[in-house]
Structure formats: structure tokens, C-alpha cells
Design a protein around this ligand. Sequence first.
Ligand SMILES: Nc1ncnc2c1ncn2[C@@H]1O[C@H](COP(=O)(O)OP(=O)(O)OP(=O)(O)O)[C@@H](O)[C@H]1O
Ligand SMILES: Nc1ccn([C@@H]2O[C@H](COP(=O)(O)O)[C@@H](O)[C@H]2O)c(=O)n1
Ligand SMILES: [Mg+2]
Length: 213
Amino acid sequence: MASTEPVTQKDAKENTSHEETVIFVLGGPGSGKGTQCPKIVEHFGFTHLCAGELLQAEVESGSENGEMIQNFKKEGKIVPSEVTVKLLQQAMQQSGKKKFLIDGFPRNEENRTAFENIIKIEPDLVLFFDCPEEVLTKRLLSRNQGRVDDNIDTIQKRLKVYFQSTLPVINYYSSKGKVQKIDAQKCIDEVFEDVKSVFSKLKPESAADSLKE
Ligand SMILES: Nc1ncnc2c1ncn2[C@@H]1O[C@H](COP(=O)(O)OP(=O)(O)OP(=O)(O)O)[C@@H](O)[C@H]1O
Ligand SMILES: Nc1ccn([C@@H]2O[C@H](COP(=O)(O)O)[C@@H](O)[C@H]2O)c(=O)n1
Ligand SMILES: [Mg+2]
């Protein structure tokens, strides 16, 4: 179950002045962000933007940043924020939508401040999929989707980056009362039940508006 008091859209909006709704989805590599986000989209709307996938699309498009991004990914390192935030900004603008589920971002303090400074939107909520390291490693080693970073060396590097750089960002948002922690060790359907309970506590018209988008 979600472990902190629910943050409603209304509560969050009282601290923000923008009309967009942003939910950051964080958790260790393999915690199930990419598995749960499409389910959230199906049930509650929102436009799903995955930072890792936007970066991968940049590699595949043959962009001038492609080689650098691919090298960072192989090493499990975080790509410079100006690149990632620009991709997110473009995707948000091109979508024409207003409610976003941003998966795998912000991964470090630099990501967080770049988003705040460039996009100037505070997240309404941070969904945090919490899962032990051993479970993450096991899942990634059997993901079998041909990713260059699903090998034991890169997994260990990504876990180190997660503990050193991403957890502090989650703690920052936690101190602002924005984090909803989900036990991501449970099976996929049970995790989604807990996710649903978080989303069902959001202001009802927000969820309905998202589905209409
Ligand atoms: N609750 C779960 N129980 C068991 N396996 C799961 C669960 N959630 C996801 N998986 C599996 O674990 C693997 C990793 O899941 P997923 O790709 O959703 O993680 P992720 O958080 O997006 O990881 P990354 O940060 O590397 O993109 C996939 O093979 C997925 O099917
Ligand atoms: N904010 C981000 C997100 C991702 N990356 C890079 O992509 C890799 C894969 O990301 P997943 O979300 O799919 O795990 C990640 O290890 C980073 O190399 C990034 O730099 N910044
Ligand atoms: Mg993913």
C-alpha cells in the first residue's frame, strides 16, 4: 500500500500555479516503472513520457548526441540534463496534452533543477516504486528485451547511480510531502492495485479529464 498520506491534486495545486499536471515515476532499474505506466495510462489517462526511451529514440534517429547518449547508457551514467530536459520539453509541447506521467526522471539533482529552471513545473506527485536490490538485479537479468544495459556490469553501475544520485531526489520530494511509496516487490497485478489506490485519491475530475485527453 502507499505509505504516506495522500497528496491530492488540490493540495498540490495550492503550491503550484501552472495548468499542467506532472507526475514523476521513480524507482530503481527494474522496479517496474515501464510495466506500470501503460496501465496507469489505460485506467487514468495521462501522457506517458519515458526519459530513457526518449534518449534511445535520439540514438536511433542518428542525432549528433546519439553516440554520447549510447555511451552513457552502456556505462549506466546519467546523460547531461540539458539534453534530456530538451527532449522532455519537446515531447510535452508536441503532445498537445496537459497531464504527464514522466518515467525515469529526475534521476539526479541536476535533472531536477534543470527541469525546474527550464520547464518551470513542479511535480504534483512522485510515484516511487520501492524494491530490494537483489530483486531488481534478478528482474533485469531476465528482462530479455535486448537492452545494452541489461548485463551484470552495467546493472551494478546503474544500481550505484540509483542509490547515490536518485534516492536523494526521492528524499527531497519526500520532505516536500510529494512521494507516494509503492511496494514494488509484489506481483505486477498487486502493485497495480496499490497504484490504483494512489490515483483514486487524486481529485476525481483530474482523472476524468485525463481520460478525455
Ligand atoms: N511486480 C513485478 N513482479 C515481477 N516482475 C516484474 C514486476 N514488474 C516488472 N517486472 C518485470 O521486471 C522487468 C523490469 O521491469 P520494467 O522494465 O517495467 O522496469 P523499469 O523500472 O522500467 O526498469 P528500467 O529503469 O531499467 O527501465 C521486466 O521484465 C518486467 O516484466
Ligand atoms: N533521466 C534519465 C533517464 C535515463 N537516462 C539514461 O538511460 C538509461 C536507461 O534509462 P531507464 O529509465 O530506461 O532505466 C539510464 O541508465 C541512463 O543512462 C538518463 O541518462 N537520464
Ligand atoms: Mg523502464
